[in-house]
Design a protein around this ligand. Sequence first.
Ligand code: 13P
Length: 244
Amino acid sequence: MTISPLIIANWKMHLTLKEAMAYAAKIEKILELQKSNKQLIIAPPSPFIASLGERFPKLQLCAQDLSIFDEDGPYTGEISAKILASCGAKYSLIGHSERREYFDETNVTIGKKVQNAIKHNITPIICIGESLECRQAGGFKDLLSYQIISSVPTNPIPKELIIAYEPLWSIGTGLVPSLDQIAEVFELILGHPHLKRLAKACRLVYGGSVNSKNYQNLLSIKDIGGLLIGSASLKEEEITKILN
Ligand code: 13P
């Protein structure tokens, strides 16, 4: 059985509600018109999730982050996994490098968020990746290993888990690692002793400067389960080609 690749569209902090609804309507049409073998997941800004879910029930929705706090409580500004699930989120990005950089998220924080997601039946998409300095210095495998060990839970084993390899030097830069470089990281992840019991539940995706010109090549990498796409996912022409 071939599993359809996931196309995860990370809209980041873009669009108004009106624009998001209009864009989702176009995407729904693209999905209806095309016999795509790919599975689209949209990660819009959180306030749009409920409206998008009600108006477009066929779209699969993903949060871009969720709270470290799990219980209801006085945490102004936070959005828990429970709240996101009640709005229709089936997935959540966790530990995106922009959250690690701008909000000082640590691997421990990320591990806790992953647990919260699993508890509320949200599939975590755990983002890992190294900076260019780290890759050039040669310590990137240790860093990626550490990110995995500290954020991927092994008890209980989650039903489904997605690990997104997004090298920081590739996000928004137009630089894409070679296929061999990505394959090397996938091998490291799948062969990691921490993930041994999880291998069946775990899907791997790549993210960083994916577009309509390079996506096919990227999808040819061994063990790849999909792509996590930022800026190109906001362009109708690009997403049309990628879903085709
Ligand atoms: P770009 O596709 O814009 O490089 O962004 C990648 C990303 O951060 C997806 O989460």
